[in-house]
Design a protein around this ligand. Sequence first.
Ligand code: PLP
Length: 421
Amino acid sequence: MDHFLYRDGTLFAEDVPIRDIAASVGTPFYVYSCATLTRHYRLFEEALSGLDHLVCFAVKSNGNQAVLAHLAKLGAGMDVVSGGEYRRARAAGVPGERIVFSGVGKTAEEMRLALEGGIRQFNLESEPEMQRLSRVASEMGTIAPVTVRVNPDVDARTHEKIATGKSENKFGIPIARAREVYAEAAALPGLDVIGIDVHIGSQLTDLEPFEIAYEKVAELTRQLRADGHDIRRLDLGGGLGIPYERSNSAPPLPIEYGEVIKRTVGDLDVEVEIEPGRLISGNAGLLVSGVTYVKQGEGRDFLILDAAMNDLIRPAMYGAWHDIIPVEEPAPGVDQTPYDIVGPVCESGDTFAKQRHMPPLAEGDLVAFRSAGAYGAVMASEYNTRPLIPEVLVKDDHFAVIRARPTFDEIIKRDTVPEWL
Ligand SMILES: *Cc1c(COP(=O)(O)O)cnc(C)c1O
């Protein structure tokens, strides 16, 4: 459920008409709803109630400072995958002890940054990384709390580009080698081995892969404890999927996901962390765009929007579906027309949808892409020298621009022409 609904024939974000935001900010833009972010964060809180737990929002899904600050006020921790995201989380007011650091390629500089600023734990992904953190922490005269990310070799049954838990993926260490790697970690100076980490992929629409992976982690917890490790925290990753196509998908609910967690690791007397991104931020955002032209092609009509693949890359990159709806509510029973919905970028890949049935639309009309709050703005670029589009946050009946559109001067001035040219 989200807070983007038609009222009096026009689409609202909470109590603000989308067309008012469009008139003030100009299209295209992203708009996020505080109430929806809150609701989805709380669904996870409720799903884990009764367990000692922390919900760490995956910053990579939506790293805007206002979004992070809002979630931080609700008590969320953060999962970061770079020094830049670590800085974002800290700048949004998240204390170091609520930040976990994931990712396969942490540099010594990023390790120092997090150790200086405070960190809940590093999720280590390889032996060389383990050795480097040991060296960095020892040089600083400190102890780094760590888990090791294990790769359980489970098929997450999601898009191949966002599956991370199969043995051929670059993530984690093979679970079969875990006892050996934990023994090595425990022997290294500067590391405190506190738990186990797993994350098998994103946009999972089935609970079974989670269940299989968490069973394996539970078994490993018992083995590692028997080997003498004080395993007291399990980071179970993120990945729960959302219904991008509302008419025919109903992924599992957070409460059902919570039941899987309780069933698999609930009796281990551990602190549980989860790292949801998409399920918290995805349906909390829309991409709003204007129709620039309706073009009649050979046997098909094109809806040419002012948004493009550089603003929302998911359709081009993953073949992803986004529901696209008109901002002005169509009259009931109006005939639908198939359109190819495209952007103005000079690539055929700049296609959001093919032969999508929509009510008839005309130049100047507004459309909204649903479920665009996650992996939308964060993956945007300025390809074709199209400025990064603004982000807007709505709370009740007010809205604010939380990232402004850069001017062309700002964009061009980032380059420098060397004087010897
Ligand atoms: C991407 C990622 C997440 C978040 O995944 P979602 O599908 O957005 O919930 C969590 N943890 C790690 C390590 C990730 O790489």
